[in-house]
Design a protein around this ligand. Structure first.
Ligand code: FES
Length: 285
């Protein structure tokens, strides 16, 4: 069984191979942290499944399964004592938990790593309803619906071009769920696995690289803004087929494009994913 080798088959990003000892050291530490915190079991499940089935096959087909199959669970393995949801490891994610946690933050946000259908996800709550009509300079996060661009900088379209067709793509109850595999080299960024200026409790509008509350990929330091929602474009690595998707914006680092959303619905208080956009999640396939 070669789950471990699959799990950490991380190719060095040439652009990050700088000679400063600080950069080198931080990369090493980050990868150790990844080993410690990086969803070992989830990645093992994912890697093992990929070998036989291909990634898309481990997702439920549209409309398939029971409502319980669509539920998201918290994933805090190795971080049970640090993450705010550590005591809820492997329990269903609920909206109420996020509302309560966001109320403790400066920015009105809360995020957590989870597992949905065997794949890693990050769910982020943004108190959009509370702050959307307040001045954007006050540091209170709200969703921003934006134009999106492909990796060449060509405009693809606006987030609302997609959400107008299927309103379920729009954030549901102030929540978004993000597919948790980096568009750079397919690491699993998790949520706030390290503390730095990109992950602190601050927020700057515009979808740029300033401020905190970013989804930070510890492998090569890519940053994504979970509040900046856009249309984007990517491709299936095996077939080469390209597809547009609704996602969160890449704010910085070597990742070429943003991460796709998984539209959600609430089953009572429990967060569930909608399986209608499987193609969006095949770029690591
Ligand atoms: S895999 Fe390289 S930055 Fe995420």
């Amino acid at each position: 069984m070669n789950i471990m080798s699959r799990e950490y088959e991380l190719k060095a990003d040439p652009s990050t191979l700088v000679s400063s000892s600080q950069s080198s050291s931080s990369t090493t530490i980050n990868r150790r942290q990844f080993l410690k915190y990086g969803f070992n079991t989830a990645t093992g499940v994912l890697g093992a499944s990929l070998g036989v089935l291909g990634f898309a096959s481990i997702l439920l087909p549209p409309g398939g399964g029971t409502s319980g199959d669509l539920g998201v669970i918290y994933w805090a393995k190795g971080r049970e004592d640090e993450a705010w949801y550590g005591a809820k490891h492997e329990q269903p994610m609920t909206r109420t938990d996020f509302v309560n946690e966001a109320a403790k933050s400066n920015t009105g946000t809360a995020g957590a790593a989870g597992i949905w259908n065997g794949v890693p996800v990050v769910v982020t709550y943004v108190d959009h309803t509370e702050y959307k009509d307040t001045p954007v300079f006050n540091g209170k996060a709200r969703f921003q619906f934006m134009e999106g661009y492909d990796e060449t900088g060509k405009r693809i379209g606006h987030f609302e071009d997609l959400s107008d067709v299927d309103p379920r793509i729009f954030p549901s109850d102030n929540l978004v769920m993000i597919f948790g595999r980096c568009t750079h080299l397919c690491c699993i960024p998790g949520w706030q696995l390290v503390s730095n200026s990109y992950t602190d409790d601050s927020w700057t509008p515009g979808g740029g690289d300033e401020g905190g509350t970013k989804l930070f990929c510890i492998c090569h330091s890519s940053r994504f803004d979970p509040t900046a929602l856009e249309m984007n474009s990517n491709r299936n690595r095996s077939s080469g087929a390209t597809f547009n998707y609704a996602g969160v914006r890449r704010a910085g680092g070597p990742a070429p494009v943003g991460l796709p959303l998984i539209p959600i619905q609430l089953n009572g208080d429990v967060i569930e994913g909608i399986t209608d956009y499987i193609d969006w999640y095949t770029y690591c396939d």
